[in-house]
Design a protein around this ligand. Structure first.
Ligand SMILES: [Zn+2]
Length: 315
């Protein structure tokens, strides 16, 4: 087969192979999968209806890359837009796995919209209620919750009366939407895969959500406090202050720039139950992937007893 623009004489296998791959990639890029196109349209419509933004496909993909998301949540949103999570109809074509397509609590074929926004299993509504309550302390009105606003939360824009972007609110909204959706997804997987359909308790669900949001706060504080030599911090301190203002416990007692406070800042008081072992293990997994936290560049306290501290030090 002669490739357009390539001479058969004097060329090597490597050149032919690369050319074929480029042509294939180009074709794939030109014709996205139908389900991806459908999801892109869902996100585009939400951005237009809720945030009055008219965006291209490229804008949607780009919205997944800012520092507002951790890699794991960005990947979850990315898979959602491509509609490649292993749920619902994915299983209907796999022999002996057909029953996995159905939500056992609601008796309908699952899809991401069902899991995140409609499912009657415990957890989903609780998490959105908690996110809404936190947001109301800062901004008031919570934008309509749809699959498009969840997957396209990186496109959200909030402006003041003079049309100036409210960077802090925008960032908090993106964090709350992405982390809450990801928590609901993880709870669903845990319930279906590891717990044989038994849901977690309401307390456990709320605590896990609080913990996830607190982790984001702690990561923000660290990034804003940790400039590399001669460089600016990875995250602008004023953005971190603007993001978390009006969400912290006893905020009125803190100095204006609380980022350098050598004390723990908790988004809200963490109940005692949060410190059950499984959560502690989650926490330590995060710490080990971020060695600098354990090196003492930021103080993270776990307010229980000496036995817990001994356990932490041993790991
Ligand atoms: Zn359901």
């Amino acid at each position: 087969m002669a490739l357009p623009g390539l001479s058969l004489q004097g060329n090597r296998q490597r050149v032919f192979y690369r050319s074929i791959r480029e042509i294939k990639t180009h074709k794939q890029a030109a014709t996205p999968r139908p389900s991806t196109t459908r999801m892109l349209d869902v996100v585009r419509k939400a951005a237009a209806d809720i945030f009055d933004r008219h965006v291209s496909d490229a804008d949607i993909w780009k919205s997944l890359t800012p520092k507002d998301f951790l890699p794991r949540t960005a990947q979850f949103l990315w898979k959602g837009i491509h509609n490649v999570h292993w749920i619902g109809r994915y299983w209907t074509h796999i022999p002996e796995c057909e029953e996995r397509a159905t939500c056992k609590d609601c008796d309908v074929v699952e899809d991401l919209e069902h899991i995140l926004l409609k499912c009657e299993s415990p957890g989903r509504a609780t998490i959105w209620r908690a996110a809404k309550a936190l947001w109301r302390g800062k901004e008031g009105e919570w934008p309509e919750l749809t699959l498009g606003t969840v997957l396209g939360c990186g496109l959200a824009e909030f402006r003041d009366e003079r049309g100036k972007t409210k960077m802090g609110s925008q960032r908090l909204y993106r964090i709350l939407m992405s982390e809450s959706a990801f928590q609901i997804w993880k709870l669903r997987n845990e319930r279906v895969i590891s717990r044989d359909g038994t849901p977690a308790s309401e307390d456990e669900i709320v605590n896990k959500w609080k913990f996830a949001v607190n982790q984001r706060l702690q990561v923000d504080i660290t990034l804003a406090n940790r400039p590399r030599k001669g460089k600016r911090p990875a995250l602008a301190p004023h953005l971190v202050l603007a993001t978390w203002s009006k969400t912290l416990d006893d905020e009125h007692k803190l100095p204006a720039n609380w980022l350098r406070e050598p004390r723990v800042l908790y988004l809200f008081t963490l109940p005692e139950e949060l410190l059950c072992l499984c959560i502690l293990e989650d926490f330590l997994r995060l710490c080990s992937s971020m060695q600098w936290i354990l090196r003492g560049e930021i103080r993270l306290l776990i307010p229980r007893d000496e036995a817990d501290w001994a356990w932490v030090e041993a790991h």
